[in-house]
Write a protein that binds this ligand. Structure first.
Ligand code: G3H
Ligand code: 13P
Ligand code: ZN
Length: 334
């Protein structure tokens, strides 16, 4: 396929957006998407709340949706935002957890405005080498690069780790300086998916019986901020796993025992610091699943996808708006 610059698609990179967010004490939402309904809900929520937004796709999402279709969906997202009345949409198309130089290059060549190279499972020096190579290519096209240092618990696409290894603050200056990356994803206790902590790591609320997870390592975040003042920090694995969705899913044929996420109060605190990008995927999956399960429980005879995907899209939009306004604080920042 012919190379295309994100600028031709009306997208922006993360540079100015992050600088503003760090200064302003808020974070930019980074929502994963795989389907048209997710994309529409993200754009509607961003336009209504006047928020900049990062639409991100994993390697798996590229495979699911097809890279060419995604490029047109991103272009469509910008045009749709304008159609909804936003004069100057600030939309980033970002590769989430890029696993090789080749994947990052392919995304840059196909209109992405930002890429993540996830070398977090590599030894420190190899992570630097790979990240530096991606930065050199990306910066030629004014594409911004997110790197990762420290390993999150759980599964990160094809990068897996049995336990969480917090980012070492003493490594961040060398890493950022040698790689030239534009932002850094760190590990302070978040993880991917809907089961972020084992029940034995949590306490239980005696009234509700719900699990209360342990706090994030804010001391590590503070130490990193001190080493790299003003440098954009990213948090992955930041879904809160809303218990109302878990309940709806479990009451309508689903089975998500002891699903638990990061409390929103912890994320609000992080968003006010140097954390300027917060990744949310699982919560949108839960919103969609809860809405679809509830719909089918009430309407067993229906089979037109628009009938059940419509309410799912509406629920995701509600969720995205809630995150933007009540958690990240990125509303009214266009
Ligand atoms: O960090 C991983 C994201 O939630 C993407 O997940 O690889 O299943 O698309 P995925
Ligand atoms: P969640 O699974 O917590 O939504 O994290 C998503 C993420 O970090 C995508 O990169
Ligand atoms: Zn992630």
């Amino acid at each position: 396929m012919k190379k295309v610059s994100y600028k031709e698609l009306g997208l922006v990179n993360t540079k100015k957006m992050f600088a503003k967010a760090v200064k302003g004490g808020y974070a930019i939402p980074a929502f994963n998407f795989n389907t048209m309904e997710q994309m529409q809900a993200i754009v509607q929520a961003a336009v209504e709340t006047k928020s900049p937004v990062i639409m991100q796709v994993s390697k798996g999402a590229r495979k699911y949706a097809n890279p060419t279709i995604l490029r047109y969906m991103a272009q469509g997202a910008v045009e749709y935002a304008k159609e909804l009345g936003c004069k100057n949409p600030q939309i980033v198309l970002h590769l989430d957890h890029g696993d090789s130089f080749e994947t990052c290059k392919s995304c840059i060549d196909m209109g992405f405005s930002s890429v993540m190279i996830d070398g977090s499972s590599l030894p420190f020096k190899e992570n630097i080498k790979l990240t530096k190579k991606v930065v050199a290519y990306a910066h030629k096209y004014d594409v911004t690069v997110e790197a990762e240092l420290g390993v999150l618990a759980g599964v990160e696409d094809e990068v897996s780790a049995a336990e969480s290894h917090y980012t070492k603050p003493e490594e961040v200056i060398e890493f950022a300086t040698k790689t030239g990356c534009d932002s850094l994803a760190i590990s302070i206790g978040t993880s991917h998916g809907a089961y972020k902590f084992k029940p034995e790591q949590c306490t239980r609320d005696p009234k509700t019986g719900l699990l209360i997870p342990p706090p994030l390592a804010f001391d590590v975040l503070k130490a990193i901020e001190k080493k790299l003042p003003g440098f954009p920090i990213v948090l992955h694995g930041s879904s809160s796993v809303p218990q109302e969705y878990v309940k709806i899913i479990n009451e309508n044929g689903g089975k998500l025992p002891d699903a638990v996420g990061i409390p929103e109060s912890q994320l609000r605190k992080a968003a006010k610091s140097a954390v300027c990008k917060i990744n949310i995927d699982s919560d949108s999956r839960l919103a969609m699943t809860a809405a679809v399960r509830q719909y089918f429980a009430k309407n067993p005879g229906h089979f037109d996808p628009r009938q059940y995907l419509g309410p799912a899209r509406e629920e995701m939009k509600k969720l995205y708006e809630h995150k933007i306004v009540k958690v990240l604080g990125s509303n009214n920042k266009l």
